[in-house]
Design a protein around this ligand. Structure first.
Ligand SMILES: C[S@@+](CC[C@H](N)C(=O)[O-])C[C@H]1O[C@@H](n2cnc3c(N)ncnc32)[C@H](O)[C@@H]1O
Length: 221
């Protein structure tokens, strides 16, 4: 069957966000979308940072306020949370944040190769029951996909306070040879030079974290 490539339309003209309804309306079984062009989304070609699971948006807005010459794209599937993030984003002086109320796994596939400077994944849902482990986000295939979308020398930051998930991430990273820890060990047991998100402040026990900072390296590096 012939594949029909379609542009996914994301309307950020007068707002910093797109809700899932606008996206779902464009999805159909045969849709095969062209890769996203970040310069269309941000109207500039500044470096792009992506946060997956932004919660109330504190982290992304904190960084966007400090790093005015960079772009920040955030994903969140929970509407109540993204509404809070939108309010924060709307108070920002600069116009360098875009928020999408949708599953990030759908969108990451649409990023061009080598296009993202940093991915941030802070306290991803741990799905603690064994029968739900398969729903965890940070499987080997997804970690490899994130690596493919990073610029050379770009980073993936991951923090979890869930011991079993932390150990699974260590295992899942083993085949992804393009990612190397920026620390002397694979992970730190607490955040290092890092914004403490709402989840961290509410639930995490300092010293009992798995904090990864992974750099994309060239083959053989
Ligand atoms: C435990 S909360 C952490 C929120 C925030 N990062 C923090 O540290 O306070 C995880 C968040 O990720 C969101 N999430 C989970 N899977 C997602 C996905 N595939 N795409 C976008 N957001 C996702 C959830 O809705 C939830 O708000």
């Amino acid at each position: 069957m012939e594949t029909c490539l379609t542009d996914l339309h994301l309307d950020f003209a007068n707002k910093c966000y797109v809700f899932s309804e606008e996206i779902k309306g464009q999805l159909s079984i045969n849709n095969n979308f062209t890769k996203l062009d970040f310069s269309d989304i941000f109207s500039n070609s500044n470096p792009v940072n992506v946060e997956i699971g932004i919660g109330n948006g504190e982290f992304i807005v904190f960084h966007a306020a400090l790093r005015k010459d960079e772009n920040f794209l955030g994903f969140e599937i929970y509407k109540k949370a993204i509404r809070k993030a939108i309010k924060r984003c709307e108070k920002l002086e600069n116009n360098n944040v875009r928020l999408i109320h949708f599953d990030a796994t759908f969108f990451v596939k649409l990023f061009p190769l080598g296009s993202v400077s940093n991915f941030y994944i802070n306290f991803p849902d741990p799905w603690p029951k064994k029968k739900h482990h398969k729903r965890r986000l940070l499987k080997t295939d997804f970690l490899r996909l994130l690596s493919d979308k990073l610029v050379d020398g770009g980073h993936i930051y991951i923090a979890t306070d869930h011991n079993d998930y932390g150990e699974e991430i260590c295992e899942n990273l083993k085949p992804v040879t393009s990612l190397k820890s920026s620390f002397e060990t694979l992970y730190h047991t607490d955040l290092v030079d890092y914004y403490q998100t709402k989840y961290y402040r509410k639930f995490a026990i300092p010293g009992k974290i798995y904090f990864f900072k992974l750099k994309k390296v060239a083959p053989g590096e």
